[in-house]
Ligand binder design. Sequence first.
Ligand SMILES: *[C@@H]1O[C@H](CO)[C@@H](O)[C@H](O)[C@H]1NC(C)=O
Ligand SMILES: *[C@@H]1O[C@H](CO)[C@@H](O)[C@H](O)[C@H]1NC(C)=O
Length: 425
Amino acid sequence: MTKQSLRLLVVTCVVVSWAAATELARVRQKGGVHVTSSTLKWVMGMGRRLPPHSVPVVEEDPSTVWCRVKQHSTYTAGALHKGVCTVPFINAVHTFDQDFEVLVSLNGSSRVLRKPWDKYQAPPPNAVAAEHHCLLALFMAEDGTAHAGYLEPRERRAYIVRGTKVVKEESASILVEDEPLRYDLRDIKLDGLRTEVSPDEVELTSVTLLNPGSTHQRIVEPATVTVRHLVYWGRVKGTLAGRNALVISPDGEQRHLVWGDQNELDRAHQLLLEADLPPGTGSNARVLATIRKTEAPYTGKLTSIYADGGRLARTIQGLHMDQRLIELRAVYSPPFYLHNKTELDVPGLSRILYQSTTTTSTTTTTTSTTTTTETPKTKTASFPEKPQSDSLSLGVVTLFSGTVPATAPMQVYFLLSSALLFFLL
Ligand SMILES: *[C@@H]1O[C@H](CO)[C@@H](O)[C@H](O)[C@H]1NC(C)=O
Ligand SMILES: *[C@@H]1O[C@H](CO)[C@@H](O)[C@H](O)[C@H]1NC(C)=O
């Protein structure tokens, strides 16, 4: 290895270790369990320049932000001002102009509160920690100035820097991460939409219609198919999966979803399969589905809504996916004699049972599906006249969507998730 390439390698290692020195912050929950924050992280400080979205000690003074330093393998926390991180360390004030970390809000996604604490109570839930026994604390002096330090929960004491001294306080304000109750996503712009209609129709069920009688009859069989509609708006950094979210899709449709999850919005379609059959014949009816899958990166305005009504909006980027039914079709085989299975010389029939009413525009996707139809819709389709002496006709196909009671429903769960799951992983 040449000297030069060795030097390159060393430089690379340094860069990598610097980049790796950013760490998600941890917050202390009720009972003392620490969990990783979804919106706060520690990044290496860089002289006097504050990293973007540094978290101020108090909102009124953005030039003084939270910092931490590692000493003798433990962290202590304090305030960074003009490139100097000042922390209490036991009973002495220590200052650092390098090797300190700054608390930042991931893309400005975090909302922090300062909650009162005193030695008679446990730290408030979601207290931001520099490490396990070090919670970020500040003390407001009578003159309104803020002094930073940390709370040691076991000692029930806050160590606060006041001038050149460390003062032990029995009450303080504790920095806590506020978690949104729910999200609101709107102003969505889809970019580079890819739409794929499944090339093969998927068979959801098949039903055999039989006329064993001695007269010409209309045979009716109910069938229920459940088709899974999948909607996904992505896992976005700095957001909590599992919260309720209201999403207003580009076509204006509003939908309540679970944030960060693939939402499965199953919908049952109740169908009636009908055929006019001559005596002693049958026909196989297959129900086929056409599925459309859409994917697109998007940008949108995500608003976090907090318990106290507070709101925090930001622009996010994510990946949207949607997989839905666009058409259901029944395909009837030519009638056949029941006793010897010979097909009559009559063509089969194909009838559309359901069509999505959503726009198929390729510039915007939609998460809307047709809502359940309130009134049964009936469509009739006649076969062409059959020039045959036995006057067979598979005459009429009736279609209901909605309210037909299915006496013998055939539930078919149609799982399309594998491809999508693959994508998510
Ligand atoms: C955070 O911000 C950076 C730069 O502004 C951007 O590239 C990134 O996509 C953002 N991350 C999220 C999750 O929005
Ligand atoms: C089956 O039965 C029908 C009517 O009984 C008859 O017309 C047809 O030829 C039969 N087919 C065979 C293969 O025997």
